[in-house]
Design a protein around this ligand. Structure first.
Ligand SMILES: NC(=O)c1ccc[n+]([C@@H]2O[C@H](COP(=O)([O-])OP(=O)(O)OC[C@H]3O[C@@H](n4cnc5c(N)ncnc54)[C@H](O)[C@@H]3O)[C@@H](O)[C@H]2O)c1
Length: 340
């Protein structure tokens, strides 16, 4: 078991790698407890939940809509949840985003924590205090910065995660390596096959490594005024592709990483060899690096994206593996880039 701390404006968030769902009660503050989960996680693990009222969402991104979430506020209200209650999210990234957002806004904010059950949630979505929901097709356009009191990453739960979902988590792991340290990238290259089989202790070691990358960035820049933007590597293009195609988040991020690497190569920041090496690692994890989508449609979505600053878009590019940089681009420059 390893503990990683994140210092946020509203306190310290503790991420427990290899904590167990059965031990969650040890971390609860003794307040009235309410649980948010999804139907799949509930079906597999309900008998290991602490005793408390449960709201179970329909699994998947479609539930991360403001209109859908109103039902959860009503349930809390009818169940007499108040400012002294505590909300525990048990699930993947969708449950974590919804729980963090609901807890941060219900009665102007009540305490919350997570048991993260998907690889993507363990290495990324449950960590860092961004809690976003979607509106009218725009991803995470409404949200808060607010740290969970704790995050339990129970790696045993990954055994029931469908393979399709597992690979999504590896996209964020590769992203963390690419923006931080070539040594982590090399370890992923070496350990890829074992990681796909969830071999211990390697999977826990890599989850911890990935969480540390995110934790150090978030502790330095919780509100995304500077280096936290590096965590958007692959996400600017990826989110737009996700919106258009509906493919899962991790796969869309992989497509976004390919685009950012191709742009980095075209600008002379990385070599073709480095580009191919990155594509090779993504493909080894079973992640896509190409998709049949009209790039002009992607640019149209980006034009309305929240990361757009006036007429410019911030793209995170690489100046070598492990070395990210922010490149501010006009929409016209981006359009030139996508022309054949
Ligand atoms: N807030 C952030 O910082 C942040 C960062 C990255 C991603 N995200 C968000 O995370 C979401 C994606 O997360 P995700 O990939 O975990 O999706 P998800 O929550 O939809 O989970 C994927 C699927 O796996 C199932 N599942 C989860 N854990 C399981 C388990 N242990 N056993 C069996 N099935 C299990 C779920 O029911 C679901 O069907 C996206 O909405 C994305 O925007 C947020």
């Amino acid at each position: 078991m390893e503990t990683i701390k994140i210092k946020g404006k509203n306190g310290i968030s503790t991420v427990i790698i290899d904590g167990k769902i059965e031990d969650v009660s040890n971390h609860l503050p003794g307040k009235d407890l309410f649980i948010i989960t999804d139907k799949n996680v509930q079906n597999s693990y309900f008998n290991r939940f602490p005793k408390a009222p449960v709201y179970s969402i329909i699994p998947g991104e479609a539930s991360k809509q403001l209109a859908y979430i109103e039902n959860i506020y009503r349930w809390l209200l009818l169940s007499n949840a108040d400012r002294n209650s505590f909300i525990l999210g048990i699930g993947g990234g969708v449950v974590c985003d919804i729980t963090g957002f609901v807890a941060s806004t219900y009665m102007r904010g009540i305490e919350f924590g997570f048991v993260s059950t998907s690889l993507l949630a363990q290495v990324d979505a449950s960590v860092g205090g961004k809690n976003g929901v979607d509106l009218d097709g725009y991803k995470n356009i409404i949200g808060t910065f607010n740290q969970p009191r704790f995050v339990i990453c129970d790696t045993d739960l990954l055994q029931t995660l469908p393979k399709e979902e597992l690979v999504n988590g590896f996209a964020e792991m590769v992203k963390h390596a690419l923006i931080s340290d070539i040594k982590i990238f090399e370890q992923l290259e070496n350990d890829c096959n074992h990681l796909l089989q969830l071999k211990q202790p390697l999977i826990s070691k890599h989850i911890a490594e990935s969480v540390k990358v995110k934790a150090s960035i978030v502790t330095a820049d919780e509100r995304e005024n500077g280096i936290r933007k590096f965590l958007n590597f692959g996400h600017t293009w990826g989110h737009a592709v996700e919106t258009i195609t509906g493919i899962p988040h991790g796969k869309a991020v992989s497509i976004g990483i390919e685009f950012a690497c191709r742009m980095s190569m075209k600008k002379g920041f990385i070599s073709k060899r480095e580009y191919l090496r990155i594509m090779n690692l993504l493909n080894s994890f079973g992640l896509p690096t190409s998709i049949n989508v009209d790039p002009h449609a992607v640019v149209n979505i980006l034009a309305k994206d929240k990361k757009r600053n006036a007429s410019n878009i911030d793209f995170i590019l690489l100046q070598g593996i492990g070395n990210p940089k922010i490149e501010t681009m006009t929409l016209d420059e981006l359009k030139t880039f996508i022309e054949p």
